[in-house]
Design a protein around this ligand. Structure first.
Ligand code: FAD
Length: 313
């Protein structure tokens, strides 16, 4: 019987929306038995949130002081043990999931399926390759457990409204001593999270400098949007790496994506393939971004943005 274990992602006691997206992918395999695993030093709040996701049968919590931080080396052996009896282990294809899933797959002696964008059967999946230019169908040996990362941009979040039971799991798994938590450095922002935001405003090399990027932040704040960037803007030091959108950055699916001073390289477009409406502002009318944009504004961003802001009131 198909039994799916979804590994939850959480930070500071809050469940990340990527978990509910992974549950949607699990439901496409089989709605029969979907359990969510919460590894934490204090899992109660996260477990309660996970229990409210529709379609979840059971939330399993593993409480250990070492689980206070998401260290792949520490979490993976516990996930591999918890996977006992499951046919599938699904992890969101976020930085967290991409760190953890390969270790889990290696511990279980299977190959990982990456970036599942559609489920064709319990052991057949579709995933993008070559920066999204081709879609490949992957078959997994039904005799082995499926360890897969779920491309969050391809799946809607499963709605809330569930009332799963919460069960404590006791795992007697020795943890490695070679890896320990030292510190976490993360960008602090009051803006919406880039990966889950409904609106995203991104700036590229055309913005010109770190100082100039203030116009992007200001415009985004006016719209209540998250802020992203192209790799060129990151490499030039205008913004931190965590804001990068694209093949080697974040894959996002906002309802509205506004690309400002971004040419539209294929590696950038890979990250916004699933966006709803794409707006591009670029002074070069031949820029490739206009080929995929729903709305294009040709002109100098430093002239257009103040006009748009004024129009927004
Ligand atoms: P550019 O291509 O230099 O474009 C700048 C644009 O700004 C131009 O179109 C210009 O007309 C416009 N402009 C300039 N001044 C103004 C102005 N005043 N007003 C309006 N418009 C203006 N890139 C990513 O973004 N994400 C990735 O994840 C990523 N991964 C990669 C992985 C690999 C393996 C490789 C090889 C590349 C990757 N890249 C990625 C890089 C990608 O190929 C491009 O180099 C990058 O996206 C270009 O960024 P850009 O559009 O900001 O810069």
């Amino acid at each position: 019987m198909t039994k799916i274990l979804v590994v939850s992602e959480h930070l500071d006691g809050k469940l990340n929306a990527s978990t509910a997206r992974a549950v949607s992918a699990a439901a496409a395999v089989s709605a029969a038995a979907i359990d969510v695993l919460v590894l934490s030093d204090a899992p109660e709040g996260v477990a309660a949130d996970a229990a409210r996701i529709s379609g979840v049968s059971k939330v399993l919590t593993v409480t250990r002081p070492q689980n206070a931080h998401a260290l792949a080396a520490v979490l993976a052996p516990q996930i591999a043990r918890a996977a006992d009896g499951y046919t599938h282990v699904f992890v969101p294809s976020t930085t967290f999931g991409k760190d953890i899933a390969p270790r889990v797959a290696a511990l279980l002696g299977v190959s990982q399926v990456s970036d599942v964008m559609s489920v064709e059967g319990a052991h057949r999946f579709k995933r993008p390759i070559y920066a999204g230019n081709a879609i490949v169908t992957v078959d997994v040996d039904p005799a082995t457990v499926v360890v897969a990362t779920i491309r969050t941009a391809s799946w809607p979040a499963a709605p809330t409204g569930g009332s799963a039971t919460v069960e404590a799991l006791s795992l007697d798994v020795p943890l490695p001593s070679h890896t320990r938590f030292v510190s976490l450095q993360q960008g602090r922002s009051d803006r919406p999270d880039l990966q889950g935001a409904a609106k995203v405003v991104s700036g590229g090399r055309g913005v010109g400098s770190k100082e100039n990027f203030e116009v992007i932040y200001k415009f985004a704040d006016k719209l209540g949007a998250a802020v992203g960037a192209s790799r060129a803007a990151v490499d030039a030091g205008y913004v931190p790496n965590e804001m990068q959108v694209g093949q080697t950055g974040k894959i996002i699916a906002p309802e509205l994506y506004i690309a400002i001073g971004i040419s539209g390289a294929i590696q950038h477009l890979t990250g916004i393939k699933d966006a709803g409406t794409i707006v591009a502002i670029n002074k070069d009318a031949e820029a490739p971004i206009f080929e995929i944009a729903d709305i294009g504004l040709v002109g100098d961003l430093f002239k257009i943005l103040p006009e748009l802001e004024a129009a927004l009131g």
